[in-house]
Design a protein around this ligand. Structure first.
Ligand SMILES: [Mn+2]
Length: 339
């Protein structure tokens, strides 16, 4: 991956001349968001910069094993502090999102209005125009992969420490579903090889990330598949819908439905999967598709006020769950013609 040389030069001098740097990522941060924030934080700290991570809301607890020692400001809770930091920063690094509103309502205006230079490091398609310098590569497996190349371009391979390597690896590993999609690029594996050489224990990371379910989470998974999976073979589609009440019964914690949507695609002949979850004030939808079938980024943009990647996207709806189901089933029936 080659990053624009002028942009790198520019960023190098911006960092050298900066006093305050903020790092912000998207609301409901996933492992790539957290990994890239921590990787960049550690890099800037090593350069003795005054840097703060603003996490819009808490990240899933399975990431605690590598993230607990890193100070973070919770944007939705410590809103004033977070927004003051955004407004007085010289540089704001925006990681793993392509639209300002993805940071959440508490921080989006401060981010938008901040006079700081906004530097995007990301892998989502079609970033908004509000960013000043972009390192955006939709072909990359993850934001942490782009970040690794960014750090290398600025300071060389040796600047990546073990802790940074681990954070980078976690982003790649989770955003590719443990190397099962978005990972046909030899360069990704060359990077992973470097990360392993830095001391990353891939087996240990895998255990921490995938084998730390609570009993409730595992039972919710079983229930979702046994009772809630709806399959439309004729339309190559399947979905799972979980109500607020069902989530409550299984003592839902953030992250508990992570990966659940992928089970729809375990079915032969099913190329489109969706998970609907009814939250407190909003209904969330996640979409997945198999390689070379449907473009769920377009689907989410068109119908559900969302977006993401070709094979993984999400959207939201404010209103009744029944209406979501009626609309989705209708859309499923026209999938082939429309996408
Ligand atoms: Mn990502």
């Amino acid at each position: 991956m080659t990053l624009n040389e002028n942009d790198i030069k520019n960023v190098k001098s911006l960092i050298a001349n900066s006093k305050n740097i903020a790092i912000i990522t998207h609301f409901n941060p996933d492992a790539d968001a957290v990994g890239s924030s921590i990787g960049l934080y550690l890099y800037l700290k090593a350069k003795r910069k005054n840097v703060n991570i603003i996490m819009p809301n808490p990240f899933p607890s399975f990431l605690d094993f590598f993230a607990t020692d890193i100070p973070m400001i919770l944007g939705y809770k410590e809103t004033k502090k977070a927004n003051d930091l955004l407004l007085k920063s010289d540089i704001i690094f925006c990681l793993d999102f392509n639209m300002i509103h993805r940071v959440g309502n508490a921080n989006k205006d401060a981010l938008l209005n901040s006079p700081a230079t906004k530097i995007l490091i990301d892998h989502h398609q079609l970033p908004e125009k509000h960013f000043n310098i972009l390192f955006s590569n939709p072909n990359a497996s993850s934001t942490t992969e782009v970040l690794a190349h960014f750090i290398k371009a600025l300071s060389g391979k040796r600047a990546i420490t073990f802790e940074m390597a681990q954070a980078i690896y976690i982003g790649i590993c989770t955003d590719t579903g443990s190397f099962s999609y978005n990972c046909n690029n030899a360069e990704t594996y060359a990077l992973v090889s470097d990360l392993i050489a830095k001391g990353v224990k891939a087996d240990m990371v895998h255990q921490e990330v995938y084998n730390t379910f609570s009993e409730n989470r595992l039972r919710l998974l079983g229930y979702s598949i046994a009772e809630k999976l709806k399959v439309f073979p004729k339309y190559q589609a399947a979905y799972i819908c979980l109500t607020k009440e069902e989530l409550r019964q299984y003592h839902f914690q953030p992250g508990d439905t992570e990966g659940l949507v992928n089970y729809c695609l375990n079915l032969k002949g099913i190329n489109f999967g969706c998970l609907i979850t009814e939250r407190d004030r909003i209904i969330r939808l996640s979409f997945r598709s198999k390689v070379n079938t449907f473009d769920v980024n377009q689907f989410a943009r068109k119908y559900w006020d969302g977006g993401g990647h070709i094979m993984a996207s999400g959207g939201t709806y404010q209103g009744k769950l029944e209406d979501v189901i009626i609309a989705l089933e209708k859309q499923i029936k026209t999938l082939k013609d429309e996408i």
